[in-house]
Ligand binder design. Structure first.
Ligand code: SF4
Length: 246
């Protein structure tokens, strides 16, 4: 299995996950590389809610197999619809998908900062149906936005490594969004582990531009889908993609 190194040699990261099929090989690769992920299911794009629940339950099932924490973000489909308004007729890989990635990854970057996790990656980059350049652009922009708009999170980043401390609700309010606060299930900031090289200091969270399709991961992804008997959807997630792929 491919071995990877996270930016700055980070040993703990936030992994935004869109579904179990896209997460299987990525989670194995991280485990084999000695990197511990917190898995963040932030996918308000998925419609209807029954489909969302099914994809989440499959991810939770695999998270239990792999022994990793799975955190669910708020399901605010109305906020997602507002984020892609005017782009409903765009084809897949078009402007609607860029806005959709940005919506989800901004929430993921915010959550990573709130947990003191220095690196954000996404399983969106593991799907051959997605435009990798679009995914990377959205991830980079999301981390830039997080660094620019959440001064409270910069303070968290400066917390010395190896220190765990309580975070007051007031300081966590910095991560609230227009669509409401993120569900911060852990009232403590996780320790930020150092790596062989220093983490970039100018941003709270660094986006990891990893191509999770290479190095045999695409093949392993398909094997895991069969091994785990995953529910494997045949459309991306939103109602517009379903209409385009009936
Ligand atoms: S097709 Fe997929 S990536 Fe594009 S807007 Fe819909 S859910 Fe998001």
């Amino acid at each position: 299995m491919l071995k990877v190194e996270a930016p700055g040699g980070a040993r703990e990261i936030l992994l935004h996950a869109c579904c179990a099929p896209c997460s299987g090989a990525v989670l194995e690769c991280l485990r084999d590389s000695g990197i511990r992920p917190v898995v963040f299911f932030s996918n308000a794009n998925i419609f209807p809610k029954e489909e969302y629940d099914l994809r989440l339950s499959e991810l939770r099932r695999y998270g239990a197999v792999m022994g990793v924490e799975v955190v669910e973000d708020a399901y605010d489909h109305d906020a997602w619809l507002a984020a892609v308004r005017g782009l409903e007729r765009e084809p897949e890989r078009g402007a609607r998908c860029a806005a959709c990635f940005r919506f989800r990854l901004e929430r993921a970057a915010r959550y990573a900062a709130s947990r003191g996790l220095p690196v954000l990656a996404t399983t969106l980059a593991s799907s051959r149906w997605k435009d990798l350049d679009q995914v990377n652009a959205a991830g980079l922009a999301a981390c830039e936005t997080e660094a620019a708009t959440a001064p409270g999170n910069v303070r968290l980043r400066r917390t010395p490594p190896t220190v765990c401390r309580d975070v007051s609700q007031a300081s966590l309010s910095a991560v609230a969004t227009d669509s409401g606060p993120l569900p911060l299930t852990e009232p403590r900031v996780a320790t930020v582990s150092g790596g062989s090289s220093p983490l970039p200091s100018e941003k709270a969270v660094v986006f990891w531009q990893q191509n999770w399709r290479k190095g045999g991961l695409q093949e392993r992804r398909n094997e895991i889908i069969r091994e785990q008997c995953f529910y494997n959807q045949n459309w991306c997630g939103c109602e517009f993609s379903r209409n385009q792929n009936p």
